[in-house]
Design a protein around this ligand. Structure first.
Ligand code: MTE
Ligand code: MO
Length: 402
């Protein structure tokens, strides 16, 4: 919770219903309950997103919001675990980031002005993707927010390097993890607060940023105003929003959100940098993203002209960058290389497109599959895990050509 804020300063989100919106197509593989209840709805400052839950707010980006390499701030998805989110006024007037912990040289509280003034600017273009993106497409279905394909976005994040701030405070020998906490909190005292951590080595790497800005504008309220952590290549669970507290620690964080949630069977998803201080016999924290792609040009069930049919989309991975994207028109038997678009850096979405000549009219099933620069390819078969993470099986989009 944000220190120094009375309860009166804290309120849940307000909701504005919107009627005039594009037609929403949901993937028929989502659970029936979700197909019945998911609707377009606007949070303050946002265009209509797909509302999955509203307390706490969990809203995903519709396919049309993912057609550009950079996702617009007002279409960027929103995910919260806890329902008490400080209002903009409170965040604006009363904000400090406190850095301390038993392995810190000292404890220091910084205002936003301090952070801007004391540290060198840094910037990265990176995909922010929820670990549970595409959970709703798991077969069999698993509990949790039933995300379709839009629990992700790509943005330019500007701010300062986390490692510069940690170095300023002092990192003692024996530092093991960096604990992170934000200004949002639970409505009930019994609900565990959203305490997360990173291995100290990851926290001290060049790419991890404390961001003030998203696509060169202040970070929107629901995406972590006024400061959020950006951990390129790692799933968004580590990208703490409304960041208020950092602890350089000699001991692992033993919170619910580290030790019980956000975990995968050990060894199921190989990573480059293991998070050993949080592993146990059976499970490891989910960390690096897996290589994936999304066709954004067509909704499932769309109609398109048979002449000059163009497939477009985006691909991304853990930060090695995308080597190739291939398209299949026959359910995954034959694959044709697509053309890669502009390279915005290894942590970014990489656009792809494939232009065809005249195709036979009728129904067509299109799939895309990406391969990263380290040679990893999307999974052929779902790697089932009970929390519904890292779903990167190529999806099939059905299009009728006329
Ligand atoms: N303070 C805070 N930060 C948070 C969370 C949260 O609940 N509270 N959720 C995390 C998770 S799991 C995700 S997927 C991303 C979502 O980022 P977004 O809402 O900006 O899209 O925020 C991360 N940071
Ligand atoms: Mo997430």
């Amino acid at each position: 919770m944000l220190a120094g804020l009375g309860a009166a300063a804290i309120a849940g989100p307000a909701f504005a219903k919107t009627k005039s919106s594009p037609v929403l197509t949901l993937n028929p593989a989502l659970p029936p309950g979700v197909l019945d209840t998911a609707v377009l709805d606007s949070l303050p400052g946002k265009k209509p997103l797909i509302k999955l839950t509203y307390r706490p707010p969990n809203y995903e980006t519709p396919l049309w919001g993912l057609r550009t390499a950079l996702t617009e701030n007002d279409q960027f998805f929103v995910r919260y675990h806890l329902s008490v989110i400080p209002e903009m006024e409170a965040l604006r007037n009363n904000y400090t980031l406190t850095v301390g912990g038993d392995a810190a040289g000292k404890e220091v509280s910084f205002t936003l002005e301090d952070l801007r003034r004391m540290f060198k600017p840094a910037e990265v273009t990176a995909v922010c993707q929820c670990s549970g993106n595409r959970r709703g497409l798991f077969s069999p279905h698993v509990p949790g927010v039933q995300w379709g394909v839009g629990a992700m976005g790509n943005a330019v994040w500007s701010g300062i390097r986390l490692k510069d701030v940690l170095a300023k405070v002092g990192v003692k020998p024996g530092a093991l993890e960096l604990g992170m906490a934000g200004a949002d909190g639970p409505a009930l005292a019994a609900t565990p607060s959203f305490d997360k951590s990173l291995p100290i080595g990851k926290a001290m790497s060049d790419d991890v940023i404390l961001a003030f800005a998203m696509n060169h504008q202040p970070i929107p309220h629901y995406n972590g105003f006024p400061l959020r952590l950006v951990v390129p290549g790692w799933t968004a669970t580590y990208w703490t929003k409304h960041l208020t507290r950092l602890d350089i620690r000699t001991k692992p964080v033993d919170s619910f959100w580290m030790q019980k949630a956000y975990r995968v069977p050990k060894g199921m998803f190989p990573v480059e940098q293991p998070f050993t201080s949080q592993e146990n016999e059976q499970t490891a924290p989910i960390t690096e993203m897996v290589v994936n792609s999304l066709i954004t040009s067509h909704d499932n069930g769309a109609k398109a002209p048979a002449n000059g049919f163009v497939v477009e989309g985006v691909a991304w991975d853990r930060g090695r960058g995308i080597r190739s994207v291939e398209i299949s028109f026959d359910g995954g038997v034959a694959w044709v290389p697509a053309q890669l678009g502009k390279d915005l850096g290894n942590y970014s979405f990489r656009p792809f497109s494939l232009r065809t000549g005249r195709l036979a009219p009728g129904r067509l099933s299109i799939m895309a599959r990406a391969t990263s620069n380290s040679g990893e390819m999307q999974a052929e078969k779902l790697k089932f895990n009970p929390a519904g993470y890292n779903n990167n099986v190529p999806l099939s989009v059905s299009v009728t050509l006329a």
